[in-house]
Each structure stands twice: as structure tokens, then as C-alpha cells.
Write a protein that binds this ligand. Structure first.
Ligand code: NDP
Length: 298
């Protein structure tokens, strides 16, 4: 049996970052300022600290301005909202990302809702979510948009394909389904209450797994030749004592013998998220500065 093609998200993300860097330089020449991304981190969650550091580093590497705001874990809701409002009003800031999850005493939804939709590079405000559902242009959550880019790069026209999205989170599953619907796929959203999940998945030309359960999707759930996008990031013990490794929501080894193409974990969807964040920031910058974004390269 032939092996599935490996969808190399790492290489695609590097290419996208390169195109963003070229467009960021052109933006700076036209607007007389750099595009800017502000990232707000509350508390000291180690994983969030790593994400925020990587976002800042890659923002600067792309020729954009990075503004990091680190607040103590006991920051009051009113103070966090006041910072968001200052960033909304700051003309040097095109994108605002509040790193989630926030500490338990803070109301995430209330904070996200205060981000100006013009600067909502995470695509999580009700305005962005509503515009996506209405099929209007707007800022779209980074991970599902990255998945769509990989799918279109691999398959070209998606119209008429059967797509199954496993997971219905605000961050991944729901916007992913909307994006596939906008590409004229026939979309099924599966979740923890779905009956006969393997049978549902077996219908799909495109499977997007965004569940958070290690290797849940098995080879015999897949239609031969299906394109499989594995969003899952699960840390499990490695063979070497005391070490861990990352695996996806799909049984990669088994699925590779059935699928037509598949994203690996790591090196598939993961690297796309920050690359798309930079892309979203640049798109927002053009809109905020009233500068036309030339070409369709992003
Ligand atoms: P959530 O926990 O918010 O959502 C998980 C979804 O999976 C829910 O809709 C849930 O259903 C569904 N689910 C849970 N168990 C089952 C099951 N047994 N059968 C079918 N569906 C099930 O997770 P996220 O969407 O935020 O993330 C999903 C995965 O993607 C995680 O591994 C996360 O780490 C990863 N991720 C990766 C990113 C990247 O950059 N590559 C970015 C974001 C996330 P229900 O709604 O019924 O509870």
C-alpha cells in the first residue's frame, strides 16, 4: 500500500513568514511606520511564556514591531481591560492578542469582547466570529486559517468535497467548519456526543481532527486517499525515562498507510499558527492605515 504524502506545515509556514516579511517592508515604506503586534500575558504559565516569546521573536524577524505586556497573575479585570482599551487607541498597534487561558479570576470572554475588531488578529471577538459566519471579510482565527491554507495548497479547489471536522471549539472546530463551508465543502462537525464517529469520519475526503485526545483517529476510520489535518498537540511520556514527546489526535503511523496526505505532529499545523498570526497582523495594519495590500500572496 502506498504511503500518504506528508503535508509539510513547517516549510509552508516558513514560506508564509517570508512573504509576510516582504509585504511588511513594503507596508513600512508606504505607511511610514512598522506594522505592530501587541501581546498581553497575564501570569506565569510556562507554556504561555514560551508561546509569547516565540510570537515576539517571529514578529521582529518579519520586520514588524512587537509590544509585550506582562502583567502579574493577580491583575484585576478592570486593569486588564484598561490596557486593552489603551492598545485599541494606540496607532502603533495593529493587532492585539491576549494570551489565553487567563487566570481563573478573570472573565476571558469579557476581555476578548473589548478588543477592537480592527485589531482582533486572533479572530475571537463576536464581530469577527459573526463576520465569518456571514461570509464577510474579517480576521479569522489563526490555527483554522492555517489548516485551510495547507488544504488548498494540497488539493486546490475544495468545492464539493466531504469534510468532517472533529471538535467544535470557538478557537478551532467552529471557525474551521465555517471556512470549509465557505469553500463549498459539505461539512459535518463531530464532537463528544457524535454517534458512530468512525462511520462519520469514513465518509470524509477531508478530516480535520481538533480534539486533544492522543491518536484517537485510527487508520480504519479513514476513507482511502483522504486528506488528514491533525491539529492535536498532546504531550505524552517518551520511551526515554523522564522525557516527553508530542503526538497528534490521529494515529499517524496507521493513518499514513490509508490517507492520501497527512500533517505530521510536530511539524504540521503547529508552525502555521504564528505564521498566520503575523499574516493577520499585516492584513489588519493595511486596513488600519488605509493602505492597499497588493497581490494575493498572503
Ligand atoms: P477543546 O478542548 O476546546 O475542544 C475539543 C473538542 O473535541 C470539543 O468540541 C469536544 O467535544 C471534542 N471531543 C472531545 N472528546 C471527543 C471524543 N471522544 N470524540 C469526539 N469529539 C471529542 O480543544 P481545542 O479545540 O482548543 O484544541 C483541540 C486540540 O488542538 C488540542 O490538542 C490542542 O492542543 C490543539 N491545538 C493546536 C493548535 C496548534 O497551533 N496546532 C492551536 C489550538 C489547539 P464537546 O464540545 O462535545 O466537548
Amino acid at each position: 500500500m502506498s504511503q500518504a504524502a506528508v503535508i509539510d506545515g513547517k516549510a509552508f509556514a516558513a514560506g508564509l513568514r517570508g512573504r509576510v516579511a516582504v509585504a511588511a517592508a513594503a507596508f513600512e515604506a508606504k505607511a511610514g511606520r512598522k506594522a505592530g503586534l501587541a501581546v498581553v500575558l497575564v501570569g506565569e504559565d510556562p507554556a504561555s511564556q514560551v508561546y509569547v516569546r516565540n510570537k515576539g521573536k517571529q514578529t521582529i524577524e518579519a520586520g514588524m514591531a512587537s509590544f509585550e505586556h506582562k502583567l502579574p497573575a493577580d491583575t484585576a479585570q478592570a486593569d486588564l481591560i484598561a490596557l486593552v482599551e489603551r492598545l485599541n487607541a494606540d496607532p502603533a498597534v495593529d493587532g492585539i492578542l491576549v494570551q489565553l487561558p487567563l487566570p481563573g479570576h478573570l472573565d476571558e470572554q469579557a476581555v476578548v469582547e473589548r478588543i477592537s475588531p480592527n485589531k482582533d488578529v486572533d479572530g475571537l471577538t463576536p464581530t469577527s466570529t459573526g463576520r465569518l459566519a456571514l461570509g464577510l471579510p474579517g480576521l479569522v482565527p489563526c490555527t483554522p486559517l492555517g489548516c485551510l491554507m495547507l488544504l488548498k495548497d494540497r488539493l486546490g479547489d475544495l468545492s464539493g468535497l466531504d469534510a468532517v471536522v472533529i471538535g467544535r471549539s470557538i478557537l478551532v472546530g467552529k471557525p474551521m467548519a465555517q471556512l470549509l463551508l465557505a469553500e463549498s465543502c459539505t461539512v459535518t462537525i463531530a464532537h463528544s456526543r457524535t454517534k458512530n464517529l468512525p462511520d462519520v469520519v469514513r465518509r470524509a475526503d477531508i478530516v480535520v481532527a481538533a480534539v486533544g485526545r492522543p491518536e484517537m483517529v485510527k487508520a480504519d476510520w479513514l476513507k482511502p486517499g483522504a486528506t488528514v489535518i491533525d491539529v492535536g498537540i498532546n504531550r505524552v511520556p517518551a520511551a526515554e525515562a523522564g522525557k516527553t514527546r508530542l503526538i497528534g489526535d490521529v494515529d499517524y503511523a496507521g493513518a499514513s498507510a490509508v490517507a492520501g496526505a497527512i500533517t505530521p505532529v510536530p511539524g504540521g499545523v503547529g508552525p502555521m499558527t504564528i505564521a498566520v498570526l503575523l499574516r493577520n497582523t499585516l492584513v489588519a495594519a493595511h486596513r488600519n492605515a488605509g493602505v492597499a495590500l497588493e497581490g494575493d500572496a498572503l
